[in-house]
Design a protein around this ligand. Sequence first.
Ligand code: SIN
Length: 288
Amino acid sequence: MNDYRHVEVLPLTGALGAEVRGVDLRQPLREEVWEEVLRAYDRHLVIWFAEQTIDHAQHLAFARRFGDLIRIPQIHSLEGEPFVQIVRREATDTGRVVGESWHTDSTFMDRPPAAVVMRAIDVPPHGGDTGFSNMALAWDSLSPAFQRMIEPLRAVHSGTRVFGSAYHAQQRKYAATSAKADLADLEMADRETVHPVVCTDPRTGQRHLYVNRVFVQRFEDMSAEESRPLLEFLYQQQERFDLTCRVRWRNGQVLVWDNRRSQHRAVPDYAGMRRYLTRVTVGGPRPA
Ligand code: SIN
């Protein structure tokens, strides 16, 4: 749908993702421009702006348009800028790339991030893309009978496999500069919280799946073994290729993803190259 007058919107795939042109993020956005940016975001869930020469203050100011800022506990912030957090892997780093499995960020929190605004500072000339998948389409793809069956379910989430006891037991260490685990307290990582399996976006009323491989442990009141087959089916549905897009980063690019209605994964194909981005996280209500 092309009903934009102030910006140009170029969808990437039929599922999600669009580049928005005609916006200079150094300036506060005029209301009529902001209204169209938000419309593009609600339609495409992942939007980006190329060649932005912004500083941390402008990054923060743009992110604040989406809601109150929060920090996720498991990664470092820039010195003196608590809400600007670091996603960095040096050329010499080895080990796993942070975020390489499909996930929604930090769903172990009672009020997980609603959106993330990420800015590319020094990214490889090729490789290091981010894949995204549309959780509203994943919900829509299920039959009405199956939807009715899973609608009442709630899932137990925790950070244990990412920075808690399960992570330490596995010894699958992340690169030192990816800043995992050393910041966060085990108790927080192992703590469990419960969210509905099917949620409704408060602004658009759109329904979407809300389970992910990284943080979900099991369905509430069921064992992990009982939960696994149904969870695995939902994950496979969520990761269907036709529900995805893959975004290529360029220095200066600023990207916003809806962290409730989409999932994402980092593509670990840039060994020997530096990748440095900063991210600002936007909070939201409890998923419901
Ligand atoms: C993340 O998983 O939050 C980061 C994604 C990326 O580095 O592409």
